[in-house]
Design a binder for this molecule. Structure first.
Ligand code: HEM
Length: 249
C-alpha cells in the first residue's frame, strides 16, 4: 500500500524498500519450492506453463505472483466495506435486497459502479495521439478516472442514485481492454458470498455515528475503518447490550 502513497515519509520509504525485498524473497522461495515439489495451486500451474514452452522468465513469474497478491487484497476488502456502508446508508435498496436475495449479483454490480473500490487506472500513449481533442505525446501517461466514468450521465440514467434494480449497463470498475482486472470473477464471488453472510449473521447491523475517514491513497476508494453496531440476536443473552464491532483491516 505504501507503494501507492506519493506522500510517504523517508521512514515509510525505508519500510517500503524493506517490504518489497522481503516480498520478493518470499515468492522466490515459494517458486523454488513448487518447482521442486509441484502442488495443486496457481504457482505450480504457472511453472508448468513455463516448463512446457510458455515464454515466462522467473522474474515475470515472481512479479505476477506479487501482482496477484497485492491486486486481490485491499480491493476486495474495500468492495465488502463499501458494500456494507452503501447498503446501510440506502435502507430502501437494502430492504429490496432483503426481500429478494436473488438481487445479490445485481447489488454487487451496482456497488462496484456506485462506490468503485479502484477509482482510477493509467495508460501510456504508444504514439502521439489526441484523446477527446486533447493532444497526448508518445510515452505520456494518462490517468483515467474509472469512478467518474461509472457516474457518466450519458451511460447511466440518474447516475448518482444507488439503485440495485437499475437497468443493467456496463460499468468499468475492473478497467478494460488488455489489462482488464484478471481477478474480477474472484472479487465478485467473494462479495456475493461475504455480504449476504454478514447481513445474515447480523440482521440489525447499523452504523456507529462517527466521522468517516476515507483512505487518502490515490487509486483506491475505501474507508480506513467502518464502525458498526451488530446485534446478533440468537447469541445475545437477555438484557445484554449491543456490541460495537470495529471492522479494521
Ligand atoms: C473489487 C475488487 C477489485 C477491483 C475493483 C479491481 C480493479 C482493478 C482495476 C481497475 C485494474 C486495472 C485494469 C485496467 O487498467 O484496465 C485491475 C488490474 C488487476 N487486478 Fe484487479 N481488482 C479487484 C480484485 C482483484 C483480485 C481479486 C485480483 C487477484 C486475485 C486482482 C488482480 C489484478 C491484476 C493482477 C491486475 C493487473 C492486470 C494487468 O495489468 O493485466 N484484482 N484490477
Amino acid at each position: 500500500v505504501l507503494h501507492f502513497n506519493p506522500m510517504r515519509s523517508a521512514a515509510q520509504r525505508q519500510e517500503l524498500v524493506r517490504c518489497v525485498i522481503a516480498f520478493r524473497e518470499f515468492f522466490v522461495g515459494a517458486i523454488a519450492e513448487r518447482r521442486a515439489r509441484p502442488r495443486d495451486d496457481l504457482i505450480s500451474d504457472i511453472i508448468a506453463a513455463q516448463e512446457t514452452g510458455t515464454e515466462l522468465t522467473n522474474k515475470e513469474i515472481r512479479d505476477n505472483c506479487i501482482g496477484l497478491l497485492v491486486g486481490g487484497n485491499l480491493t476486495t476488502s474495500d468492495l465488502i466495506g463499501n458494500g456494507v456502508f452503501t447498503l446501510l446508508t440506502h435502507p430502501g435498496e437494502h430492504a429490496k435486497l432483503k426481500t429478494d436475495p436473488t438481487l445479490i449479483n445485481a447489488a454487487i454490480e451496482e456497488i462496484l459502479r456506485f462506490a468503485s473500490p479502484v477509482d482510477s487506472t493509467a495508460r501510456t500513449a504508444p504514439r502521439d495521439m489526441a484523446v477527446a481533442g486533447c493532444p497526448i505525446g508518445q510515452a505520456q501517461v494518462m490517468v483515467t478516472h474509472l469512478a467518474a466514468a461509472n457516474r457518466d450521465p450519458k451511460q447511466f440514467k440518474d447516475p448518482d442514485a444507488f439503485d440495485i434494480t437499475r437497468e443493467r449497463a456496463a460499468h468499468i470498475a475492473f478497467g478494460g481492454g488488455a489489462h482488464i482486472c484478471i481477478g474480477a470473477p474472484l472479487a465478485r464471488l467473494e462479495a456475493q458470498v461475504a455480504l449476504p453472510k454478514i447481513f445474515e449473521r447480523f440482521p440489525n447491523l447499523s452504523l456507529v455515528d462517527e466521522t468517516l475517514v476515507w483512505k487518502s491513497l490515490p487509486f483506491f476508494r475505501g474507508l480506513e475503518h467502518l464502525r458498526v453496531r451488530a446485534c446478533s440476536a440468537p447469541l445475545r443473552p437477555p438484557g445484554a447490550s449491543a456490541r460495537a464491532l470495529t471492522a479494521r483491516r
